[in-house]
Design a protein around this ligand. Structure first.
Ligand code: PRP
Length: 198
């Protein structure tokens, strides 16, 4: 479930005619940037098998596209987490809901996340994975809401720095909806407005 805001956007969740989206990052721009990230990763690890770990569920499209752009030997696995409130008064507690299927010890691991927001999830993940002694541990995020950061963490590879707006699409949801949009969009609760894609 999306948890980018301290509170959900105002408005009735079920009142769908009142929800509208405007494109923030077009699918074409996403694909171009994913290709660049893959090139950066392969520049850093030209000959290594790379083991991707997708954090469910938002990362699935980013992981799928990144895996196909990487080339070379690539494998992947998924991890599920849930957290309890990401407001400034949050404890930052993160709970593991689905563990990995294969061990990562000695592997070159790339954690794949759709969005880096407060950083509390990533801080938890980095500690969890480091304890399992991978050969290398790197993090790729498609979207970075840098101004929302609470935990001192950064991604090694970041697609786009975005403003503090509620985004959906390309894996990101609102109430489990909108994940299937090809673009990253800003969700608005209220009358529809139009704007140009980046
Ligand atoms: C999102 C995202 C990260 C986390 C980032 O997951 O995929 O895991 O929030 O937030 P943080 O930096 O504030 O910790 P979400 O809980 O929305 O789950 P989902 O991927 O299943 O939608």
């Amino acid at each position: 479930m999306a948890k980018q805001l301290n509170r959900k956007p105002k408005g009735k969740i079920g009142n769908r005619p009142d929800e509208s989206v405007r494109v923030l990052i077009s699918h074409a721009n996403i694909r171009r940037r994913v290709r660049e990230i893959a090139q950066d990763v392969r520049r850093d690890f030209p000959d290594e098998p790379i083991h991707l770990i997708g954090i469910l569920k938002g990362s699935v499209f980013f992981l799928a596209d990144l895996a196909r752009e990487l080339g070379g030997e690539v494998s992947f696995d998924f991890l599920g987490v849930s957290s309890y409130g990401h407001g400034t008064d949050s404890t930052g507690e993160v709970k593991l809901t689905k563990d990995l299927e294969v061990a990562i010890e000695g592997r070159t691991v790339l954690v794949v996340e759709d969005i880096l927001d407060t950083g509390l999830t990533l801080k938890f993940l980095i500690k969890l994975f480091e304890e399992r002694k991978p050969k290398h541990l790197r993090v790729a995020v498609l979207l970075d809401k840098a101004e929302r950061r609470i935990a001192k963490v950064n991604a090694d590879y970041a697609g786009f720095t975005i403003p503090n707006e509620f985004v959906v699409g390309y894996g990101l949801d609102y109430d489990e909806r909108y994940r299937n949009l090809p673009d990253v969009c800003v969700l608005q609760i209220g009358p529809c407005t139009k704007s140009k894609a980046q």
